[in-house]
Every structure is written in C-alpha cells, then in structure tokens.
Design a protein around this ligand. Structure first.
Ligand code: C6P
Length: 410
C-alpha cells in the first residue's frame, strides 16, 4: 500500500507554515518539486565530507567525488533503462538538453528545405532552440495541431511527417493539458519517414516509469528539479551512434582527450559533452532522488498521481465558471489547468497563496498553446508523491473563497 503520510514525512518543507498558522499546501510540483531529506543530506554530505573536483585529482577526496558522480550516472541510466551510462549526458536542465541537440546534431544535419516537426502543445524549451536552428540553417518548423480537448491530431500525422522531416521532437506529457501522448507510436511514425525522434520527458520521468529502449527514441531530455532532485542539473539521453557522431557542444576542460595549439581531440562519451568542472553536488543529489523514487516504486507513484488527479479534476469541475483545460476521462498527467470566469489567473494564485496554497499562474512557458486557445494565461495546480485528497478539498474551498472575494454568484 502506498502510504502518503509516510511519504510526506520525508519532505521537511511540508511541515512548514507559509504565514503564521497557515500550513503549506504545495500544488506546484510541475514547476519544481520539493526535496526529500535524503537528497538534501546526500548533497550536504558531499560538501561536508568529500568535496573535490572530479576526473582530475589522484587524491582520496577526488576519487570519492568521482565515484559518487559517476555512480549517479549509473543510477540515472538504470532509472530510464538506458543501455549504458555513457549515453547519459549531464546537462543544466531539460532546456539545455534541447539546446545541445539543436546546436550539435542540428547544425551538422539540418539544412535548407529540411523540416523539424514539433507539436502545438510544446514548452518553449522544445520550440525556441529549433527556431534558432531553423533561422540559421534555412529550415522550416511545422507544428502538429491539438484538438480542443488537448489531445494531438494524430490522424493528421501523415500530413506533417514527410520525407523532408529530419526530426520530430515532442512532449511525452503536456505541462498544461496533462495529456499523455502515445510516445512509441509517435517515435515509430517519425522513424517510418526516416526522421529522428526526440522526447521531452520533463513531465514524464518524474511521474511514470521511463524506458528509453521500449519507446525507441533517439534523444530524450528531462530535469532533476522536477523529480525530487536539485536544480542546476538535467539529463540528455541519446542513442550511442548518434552521440558518437555529434560534434561537441561546449569546449573546454574535461571534454577533450588531447589539446595542442593547433586543435583538439574530443573525449569519449559522455564526457565529450560535459565541458568544465561538472555539477558534482547536483549529480549526487540527483542520484539520491533516483534512489528515493525507486524506493517508492514508479508504478506506485504513477497510480497515486492518477487517483489524486482524477479526484482533483472531478472536484474542480463542480466549481461554477471553472473551465478545465485538457482531456477528461483518460489517463492524465498530474496537472489540472483551468480558467475561472471573472477572475484573472494571477488573482486566483494570489488569493490561494493567502491560504498557504501554492499553484502556478501564467502561460507556463507555453505561450503558443495559450494563444491558440485564445487566452493569455491559466491557473495550474499540480500534484506529486505527497499530495493528499484533503489538499484538493482545501484548493476547492479556497477557489470558492476567491469567487466570493470577486462577488461571483454561487
Ligand atoms: N516546465 C512548468 O511550470 P527546465 O526549465 O529546463 O527545467 O524544464 C523545461 C521544461 C520542458 N518541458 C516541459 C514539458 C516542461 O514542463 C518544462 C518545465 C515548468 O511547467 C517550468 S516552466
């Protein structure tokens, strides 16, 4: 049995008050998740006991730091079922993963007349790097539309994936709609026209089991800070032959095997893509986060979130004037985005904050999606391993209070 109260005890921040007498109700995990004690302690332990640079020193501390750093890579590889740890590149966040691929693979492989296919529900992280690449290389971006209910227009895939498509990059789970896209089907469709497939797993890996071999993607990116780990680190996974053929993204120490005044020979994977002193404490923290989630079991995490999200969607739908964004009656990522007639999302978030409830308001870094819906912003509550049904009830009560503040009819 998944014991939410036991899980909650792992997160020190959940026992704090936002204002005197007002306990925290954290419903913003999709933006960034809170951290369990084990993650905080793992990073603290590194700084207190064995901080040193990695891959450089022969002294004991450097050896310990290097082992912990590389162990974190092994843990991440196992967590997403990557064939080998060398295929795990530590980057700054999911955003940097997209930029790395656009800069390195993109510049080497995309030219005038080529197309990159995205979807209309992408986060800016999976739009802007391709816009920069397309402008530089004379390529074209295309966007697979979504239906009114926030599901992809899969029946139109044939129109958008063509012989000209070089890459199809799409999100596994929408951070606004909560739509869970059919990842393997989309990857197969890309491969069928000879294109590569890149998966935005920022809202997948923290919440559901991720198996890069089962989905057969060519690249996949996610962030540590959304999965109980620290900020400042993320992961790019890639197929070995692609990563090996790609030129380095950033140059400097660690990413080279040999440097002369005339030039350099790049290092092997994964270090070829990790220039300079890496994110050592952050990798160790991410490794601890992987251990933590593995201990909870990702299937159990997913089941907990499914039931809490279904409860939230049901409860929210009963509030007068509230419109939910995204699909209903199907499996759904752990987010509930909505608009409330007569109240701006920022006002909603401010009123909820006074009740200790943290939600996100705005465009959630998906401006084109909101533009297509004809709105500039929405409110979003998001759920994680520690969310209780009672917190959803408080969210609903607080939304009723917001309606009262704005004198909307009950
Ligand atoms: N979405 C949200 O509130 P970074 O910022 O690099 O860690 O993650 C980018 C990113 C990429 N793809 C998806 C689907 C995402 O949801 C995010 C981050 C947060 O929805 C912060 S904008």
């Amino acid at each position: 049995m998944y014991d939410v109260e036991k899980v909650r005890a792992d997160f020190p921040i959940l026992a704090t008050e936002v204002y005197p007498g007002v306990p925290l109700i954290y419903l913003d995990s999709a933006a960034s998740s809170q951290k369990p004690t084990t993650v905080i302690q793992a990073m603290d332990d590194y700084y207190q006991r064995y901080h040193a640079n990695v891959h450089r020193g022969v002294h004991k501390l450097s050896e310990m730091a290097t082992t912990a750093y590389e162990m974190a890579r092994v843990k991440v590889a196992e967590f997403i079922h990557a064939p080998a740890p060398e295929q795990i590149i530590f980057v700054g966040n999911a955003t940097e993963g997209f930029n790395l691929v656009a800069h390195s693979w993109g510049r080497a492989n995309v030219g005038p007349g080529d197309e990159i296919l995205l979807t209309e529900m992408e986060h800016h992280a999976n739009i802007v790097p391709w816009q920069i690449l397309a402008a530089e290389r004379g390529a074209t971006l295309r966007f697979l539309p979504f239906h009114e209910d926030g599901t992809l227009a899969l029946e139109r895939l044939g129109e958008f994936l063509t012989k000209r498509t070089k890459l199809f990059s799409f999100t596994a789970v929408s951070n606004v709609f909560g739509t869970i896209n059919p990842v393997r089907e989309l990857v197969d469709a890309a491969h069928a026209v000879g294109a590569l497939a890149m998966v935005d797993a920022a809202q997948l890996t923290p919440h559901m089991p991720t198996d890069v071999q089962a989905i057969d993607c060519d690249f996949l990116a996610f962030s540590s800070h959304k999965m109980c780990g620290p900020t400042g680190i993320g992961v790019l996974y890639g197929k070995r032959e692609l990563l090996e053929a790609m030129p380095p993204f950033l140059g400097g120490g660690d990413m080279i095997r040999r440097v002369t005044f005339e030039g350099f020979i790049p290092n092997e994977l994964p270090w070829k893509f990790e220039a300079g002193t890496p994110r050592i404490a952050e990798a160790i923290g991410l490794g601890a986060a992987v251990d933590y989630l593995t201990g909870l079991e990702m299937e159990a995490v997913q089941a907990h979130e499914q039931s809490i999200t279904a409860y939230a969607l049901e409860s929210l739908s009963e509030i007068p004037g509230l419109t939910l964004l995204g699909p209903r009656g199907v499996r759904h990522g752990g987010v509930a985005s909505f608009t409330l007639q007569g109240i701006h999302p920022h006002d909603i978030a401010e009123i909820l904050d006074k009740d200790g409830i943290a939600i996100r308001a705005g465009h959630h870094c998906a401006m084109p999606l909101h533009h297509k819906l004809g709105i500039t912003a929405s409110a979003r509550a998001s759920f994680y391993v520690h969310t209780l049904p009672a917190e959803i009830d408080k969210l609903v009560a607080s939304l009723h209070r917001a309606r009262d503040v704005f004198r909307l009819e009950r």
